[in-house]
Write a protein that binds this ligand. Sequence first.
Ligand SMILES: CC(C)(COP(=O)(O)OP(=O)(O)OC[C@H]1O[C@@H](n2cnc3c(N)ncnc32)[C@H](O)[C@@H]1OP(=O)(O)O)[C@@H](O)C(=O)NCCC(=O)NCCS
Length: 150
Amino acid sequence: MDTLLPPHVRPMTEDDLDAVMAIEVASYVHSWKPEHFSAEIAGTCSWPFVAVAGGRVIGYVCLMSLFEEAQILNVAVQVSHRGRGIARLLLELAFRVALEKGAEKMALEVRASNVTAISLYQKLGFVRVGIRTGYYESVEDAVLMEKPLI
Ligand SMILES: CC(C)(COP(=O)(O)OP(=O)(O)OC[C@H]1O[C@@H](n2cnc3c(N)ncnc32)[C@H](O)[C@@H]1OP(=O)(O)O)[C@@H](O)C(=O)NCCC(=O)NCCS
């Protein structure tokens, strides 16, 4: 029945961690560990969400929001569900939550080689605001991106 419904987004819970970790390790060479997600679930300034379709977790976003600035810490979508607007659904919810928490802008860091993610962020209104040289494993640059929320 649920497979006939469009994907929806809800807060991440500890029960989601196996599904989240399966997506995480398929998505990154340097993946987060379960305790990183647990810290986001427990955090008072963090709001992790999962996208669910057919009763299964197919993606997630981790949002942190503190005073006027919010950050996207992680976003990933199951390989078989990419290119269907799931990341957009998750990020647009994160923008609304951040705004509700009082954030005025959204920031993130992305590997310079991750052209797919950079393209996604540009499509959603982020612009490049800087580079952190050798930020990842001392060899790869981070592109700093921001988007105004108000
Ligand atoms: C990046 C990622 C989250 C995108 O998820 P997704 O659900 O496939 O993205 P969406 O379908 O919502 O795409 C939204 C927009 O992003 C852009 N985009 C997404 N995938 C793209 C690709 N392969 N090439 C170019 N642009 C792409 C497009 O502009 C797209 O808009 P359009 O469909 O109107 O053209 C997904 O590829 C992923 O999980 N990658 C591995 C983890 C990762 O790199 N996360 C980001 C770390 S900073």
